[in-house]
Design a protein around this ligand. Structure first.
Ligand code: PGA
Length: 248
């Protein structure tokens, strides 16, 4: 078992092109010695500038969404081939903010994962529960459902190309991180779920990240857990602190 760690920044709807270039310059030099997979998932309009800035570095570029059709009359959407053509390698799919504000469902997320794989994009597939679901104890079944539905009909040869990100909604942007034990519990549950759906060896190979108020002070403890293979980082990815996370 040798899973390469991934630290992906999710810039969300932050940084215009000028700001994006500046942030790249600052962060690239700080993470240049990392052996982890480092990804900046940036707003679509920043992609060409960030691809240019990251050229020759150890940082890859990701998008935050894409559509599941090849092209056509889908005003406002971005096709997978447009992403690959622009130099994008990763795409976040099913983030809770997309599910909450833009009506994404397990079904649309599943279609997007299939389409991303067809185009050799690496999906960063997000799942996570609300605070109510955690408090009432249904969160484990909820996460299992998201995993099973989101990964429907994904073949065993494709499954390990996917990166799964466990992001409890109550921990996103709130400063309230899950404890490392809470995060480990669900990341293990996801790995067990993959074992049931595929096989033990597949479950040992797939990368599972934790996301939700990760910063340079808590990342080491979180990433030391056996089933946590890195992080999806929101707020802290816009600051030099991102490098502390990458280097932890
Ligand atoms: P946060 O966001 O690190 O700001 O909590 C994480 C995410 O939404 O991916």
């Amino acid at each position: 078992m040798s899973r390469r760690r991934v630290v992906a920044g999710n810039w969300k709807m932050n940084m215009d092109i000028t700001g994006a270039k500046k942030l790249c310059k600052e962060l690239i030099s700080l993470v240049k010695d990392s052996e982890h997979e480092v990804v900046f998932c940036v707003p679509a309009i920043d992609i060409p500038a960030v691809v240019e800035e990251t050229k020759g570095s150890n940082v890859s570029v990701g998008a935050q969404n894409m559509y599941f059709e090849e092209s056509g009359a889908y005003t406002g959407e971005i096709a997978p081939s447009m992403l690959t053509d622009a130099g994008v390698r990763y795409v976040i799919l099913g983030h809770s903010e997309r599910r909450e504000y833009f009506c994404e469902t397990d079904d649309t997320v599943n279609k997007k994962i299939h389409k991303a794989l067809e185009h050799d994009l690496i999906p960063i597939f997000c799942c996570g529960e609300t605070l109510d679901q955690r408090k009432s104890g249904v969160y484990k079944d909820w996460i299992k459902g998201q995993i099973e539905n989101g990964l429907r009909d994904i073949s065993s040869s494709d499954i390990t190309k996917i990166i799964i990100a466990y992001e409890p909604i109550w921990a996103i942007g709130t400063g309230e991180t899950a404890t490392s034990d809470e995060a480990q519990e669900v990341c293990k549950l996801i790995r067990d779920c993959i074992k049931d759906l595929y096989s033990e060896s597949v479950s040992e190979d797939i990368r599972i990240l934790y996301g939700g108020s990760v910063n340079g002070s808590n990342s080491e403890e979180l990433f030391s857990k056996p089933d946590i293979d890195g992080g999806l980082i929101g707020g802290a990815s816009l600051k030099a602190d991102f490098a502390n996370i990458v280097n932890s």
